[in-house]
Design a protein around this ligand. Structure first.
Ligand code: ATP
Length: 235
């Protein structure tokens, strides 16, 4: 098991945003987390990343207990979050944004990896010295993913990456997710686009009011009409 989360609690003061959620991601797997607005998906990822310290439960990453570790320790271990809304630095250049992803790396291979990322994303290569603010929404999403890749992740956690993207870019994004997965990166994907998410994932969890109410194979979740009608709005 690469990521093994048991009975995680994330609170904001008295608001219990994530309640006793257990989930796992095996090495090489794509796992999706679905649920309506406010179900606790972002809070779950923030708890996993360490931005919010979990109030309870356990997070094991490749056997290491990271529950109370700071975000930097997660990054060093290979757990990267691509946050909702990308959160890139718009006043910095594309290149500077990518370099931010390398801050936990001690080795000297960063420039080689940066070139590999530019090969993968020609749009970013062309604009490497421009401010990130000139990028389209889709390119900004690629930049946010590129920044995570510079840190050499073993697991990428994506928070609603398709939000606000044109259908063309959504297609490209999901192709990219599959490619990254084929290259050996495990993926935890939070999505509102349930149809696409269940197409690429092997398993999924459904959150409702902070609790994981359902866990199943992606195919079974797609065929669960009660579920798609109740929580997912058809994606
Ligand atoms: P969305 O799709 O809108 O991002 P979500 O499933 O990611 O929804 P969360 O953003 O995790 O849900 O929110 C879960 C609950 O926690 C909600 O009731 C929300 O109001 C509350 N919440 C989220 N962030 C905070 C915060 N910083 N302080 C207080 N309450 C919060």
């Amino acid at each position: 098991m690469l990521l093994d989360v048991s009975r995680l609690d994330v609170n904001y003061g008295r608001t219990r945003a994530v309640k006793q959620v257990s989930l796992s991601v095996r090495e090489g797997e794509i796992v999706t987390v679905l649920g309506a607005n406010g179900a606790g998906k972002t809070s779950l990822l923030r708890g996993l990343q360490g931005a919010v310290r979990p109030a309870g439960g356990k997070i094991l990453f490749d056997g290491t207990d990271l529950t109370q570790a700071p975000p930097s320790a997660r990054v060093r271990n290979g757990m990267m979050l691509v946050p909702e809304g990308r959160q890139i630095f718009v006043s910095m250049t594309v290149h500077e944004n990518l370099l931010m992803g390398s801050y936990m790396r001690a080795d000297a291979d960063v420039s080689r990896d940066m070139e590999a990322i530019y090969d993968r994303f020609p749009n970013l290569a062309e604009r490497r010295n421009m401010k990130a603010s000139v990028l389209s929404g889709g390119e900004q999403q690629m930049l946010a993913i590129g920044r995570a890749l510079v840190g050499r992740p073993r697991l990428i956690m994506l928070d609603e990456p398709s939000l606000g993207l044109s259908p063309l870019f959504v297609g490209k994004l999901f192709e990219l997710i599959l490619e990254l997965n084929k290259s050996g990166i495990s993926i935890l994907l939070v999505e509102q686009n349930t149809t696409m998410a269940l197409e690429v994932a092997s398993r999924g969890y459904v959150l409702e009011l902070g609790s994981a109410v359902l866990e199943d194979d992606a195919a079974a979740l797609s065929n669960n009409t009660a579920l798609t009608e109740a929580y997912l709005g058809g994606g």
